[in-house]
Every structure is written in structure tokens, then in C-alpha cells.
Design a protein around this ligand. Structure first.
Ligand SMILES: [Zn+2]
Length: 184
């Protein structure tokens, strides 16, 4: 059982009681118990309060007020992290290879937009970690695209091409066109 699971069980079986840091650290078995408690609060909606929320609590005291979980408010990813993921994925959808402004495969009058997607969904405990984030286009993000996913090699090369200025992209297009165009 992971630290977060142990803490969740402990809070649930002590609902309404003030719990102290020392005990929670022992239950979690790790020094990062504070982070796991924040995840229970922010990712799972458990109403765990501290001295920041309640004047009657001292620093280092926690209380799970109720077993009711608040609906999760989807937290926005910071602009820095968003840019980092976009840059890393070369502004390219990691499922279909689309880039910003490419036509929406299901609505040619619209263009796809890029989203930052959680690989493990937040509802299943996925966090805003670089390893858990990737770029998806609006079509794939809504599960509408059924385009065959390009190979990783192709995705990497598309990402590189997309970073070139338009003239460079045209040059590559021209080369491939000459190579593959069927001559009448
Ligand atoms: Zn896509």
C-alpha cells in the first residue's frame, strides 16, 4: 500500500479527530507525508484542514472534517510548465501528430487546438508532473480522432520540422513531394 493510501485510510478512520504530524509521518512511513496529504486534499477532494484554515488548530495539526469529498476543481497547469511540455513535444499531438492550426479531422472548417493532457487522469490520481503530461490536439483530447498514431520516430521528426520556419518546412515538403509524387 502506498503512503497516500495509508494516510487516506488513517484519516477516514479518524474522521473529526485532530491528528498530529508525528503520527501522520509514522502512518505514511515517509518524510513526504505533507505532499501526500496535499494530494488527498487537492486531487481527491478530502476536506483535510490545517491551522491555515482553522484558528483552533496549531501548526502540525490536521483534521479530516467530513467523509464528503469536494468535487475536484481542475487546477490549471502553470504557463511555464505548459510551455515546457509544448516545447518538449514539439507543439505536436502525441496521438495523431497534428500541430496547432492543422485542420480538425472531423470538422474541416475548424482548426485543432493543442491541450496539455494528463496521461494518468487526475481523477485516477494523476498529478501535474512532467512525466504525466503530454500534448494532445483538441480532436484527440475529446477522443474523436481515430487517426493511426504515428511511430515515435515520425512524431520526433514532425516535432523538429514544426520548429522550423515556414520556409524550411516548405523545403522539406518540396523534397518529399518530389520523391513521392506520382508522375503522370
Ligand atoms: Zn491529435
Amino acid at each position: 500500500m502506498g503512503a497516500r493510501d495509508k494516510l487516506r485510510n488513517y484519516f477516514i478512520s479518524n474522521v473529526g479527530k485532530v491528528l498530529k504530524t508525528q503520527r501522520l509521518r509514522n502512518v505514511a512511513g515517509i518524510s513526504e507525508y505533507g505532499r501526500r496529504i496535499r494530494e488527498l486534499r487537492d486531487l481527491e477532494g478530502f476536506q483535510i484542514k490545517t491551522h491555515v484554515d482553522r484558528a483552533d488548530l496549531k501548526p502540525g495539526e490536521y483534521i479530516l472534517e467530513t467523509l464528503d469529498q469536494k468535487p475536484i476543481i481542475s487546477r490549471s497547469i502553470s504557463p511555464q510548465l505548459r510551455n515546457e511540455i509544448l516545447e518538449r513535444n514539439g507543439y505536436t499531438c502525441q496521438l495523431c501528430g497534428a500541430g496547432p492550426g492543422d485542420p480538425d479531422p472531423f470538422n474541416p472548417h475548424r482548426k485543432v487546438r493543442l491541450h496539455i493532457d494528463h496521461i494518468t487522469p487526475v481523477s485516477q490520481g494523476g498529478i501535474d508532473d512532467k512525466d504525466n503530461l503530454r500534448v494532445l490536439c483538441s480532436a484527440c483530447n475529446q477522443g474523436r480522432s481515430n487517426v493511426q498514431t504515428p511511430t515515435e520516430t515520425a512524431l520526433n521528426i514532425i516535432a523538429k520540422i514544426r520548429k522550423l520556419p515556414k520556409s524550411g518546412q516548405r523545403e522539406i515538403f518540396g523534397i518529399l513531394k518530389r520523391k513521392f509524387e506520382i508522375k503522370a
